[in-house]
Every structure is written in C-alpha cells, then in structure tokens.
Design a protein. Structure first.
Length: 223
C-alpha cells in the first residue's frame, strides 16, 4: 500500500465515521417526529416505523461493536494518562445501551396496537435516548477520535475500514450514509473506502438494486 493510498484509506475511515455520526443524530431526531405523527390505532404505520427503528438500532449496534474491538481495546493497551477518555467513552456507551433496552420494550408495546399512551411513552424514551446519544457522540468526536488519530497504525485504520464496510452491508444503512454525506464526502466514501473494498458485482448490485430499494424505503418511512 503506497503512502498516497494509505492517506486515502485513513481519510475515508474518518469520513465514514463523521458521516455515520451525523446519520445517528438525524435518525434519532426523525424517529421522535415520525412516532409522534402516527395516529392511535394505525398499526400498519406503527409497524413501518418500528421496522425503521430496528434498522437504526442495528446500525448503532454495529458501530459500537467496531469501536469496542478496533478503537477502545487498542487505545487502552497503549494509553496511560489519557486512558480516562476511553473509559469515559465506554461508560457513556453503557448509558446509550440502557436507553436502547428501554426503547426495545417501548417499541414492542406501541407496535402491538399503536395506542396513544404507548406512543407518547415511546416518544419520551426516544427523547431520553437522543440526549444521552448526543452527549456520547459529541464527546467521541472531541476527545476520542483525536486520540485514535495519534495512536492507531495504518493497519488498524484499515481493519476499522473493513468493519465499517461490513456494518453498511444493508442498503438502508449504506444509503443512509450516502444520503447524509456532502458531495465531496460521498465521492471520498465511494472512491476511498466502501466501494473500493467491494467486488465489482457488489458495486453493480448497489446501483441497480440497493439504491432504488433505499429510495422505496425512504418513501415508506418518511411519506
């Protein structure tokens, strides 16, 4: 791998991480709006939004798994005075996980009959989840990622990039990242990381099947 290619790889990983965090901020806000707009008793619409929440949850779970294995563990192994940053990030991740457990229960209760009381409870839990999530994401960007940029090797960045590719395997997750990215970010993601790590057949599948499927998903969810 040339120095030039290594630079593209690292920049691509950093770009995907930055855009993914924006996706989580966007979708955690939209979920509150979408749930609040569902009329009591509309179980069909509740099922659509509940399915979208589960995709959001899957993306967040994969994101945190990759961080735990490929960011937190390597950093803890080589940090001393700055290890408290990683430990603080882990503690905030546990708080996010606790809100997700509450959301699992609240979504199931609401989806069953789309009751008005259950809807309002779910919106309140989503609000709590978003507040904890934003605190977590903001702290990661301000404190954890600068540490990673200084201490991770090119090989470790490459492994993280591979996991990010795996985490975006579903069209709805990959499409959400491309939707949120600016034109420059989208070009970097496609050229420098995601599509470069996929075989030609998989690239064709995205353009022919994945992109239209994501557009249909957006129409169903956002109306």
């Amino acid at each position: 791998m040339s120095v030039e290619t290594e630079g593209v790889e690292i920049e691509g990983v950093e770009t995907v991480q930055r855009v993914v965090r924006r996706v989580f901020r966007r979708e955690s806000r939209l979920l509150m709006v979408l749930v609040a707009a569902v009329r009591p008793g509309d179980t069909a619409r509740a099922g659509v939004i509940a399915g979208h929440f589960r995709l959001y949850r899957l993306g967040l779970h994969r994101h945190h798994q990759a961080q735990e294995e490929l960011l937190w563990r390597p950093l803890l192994a080589r940090l001393d005075l700055e290890a408290d940053v990683v430990l603080r990030t882990q503690a905030r991740h546990e708080r996010v996980a606790a809100t997700l457990a509450r959301l699992d229960a609240a979504v199931a209760a609401w989806e069953a009959a789309a009751g008005g009381d259950e809807r309002d409870t779910l919106v309140a839990v989503l609000c709590d989840h978003r507040a904890v999530l934003l605190e977590h994401l903001d702290d990661e960007e301000a404190a954890l990622l600068p540490l990673a940029a200084r201490h991770l090797t090119e090989r470790e960045w490459a492994r993280l990039g591979e996991r990010l590719v795996d985490g975006l395997a579903r069209p709805a997750l990959f499409g959400a990242v491309l939707e949120e990215a600016s034109p420059a970010e989208r070009a970097l993601v496609l050229r420098g990381l995601v599509l470069r790590g996929l075989p030609a057949a998989a690239r064709a599948v995205w353009y022919v099947v994945g992109r239209p499927r994501y557009a249909r998903h957006l129409r169903r969810v956002r109306g």
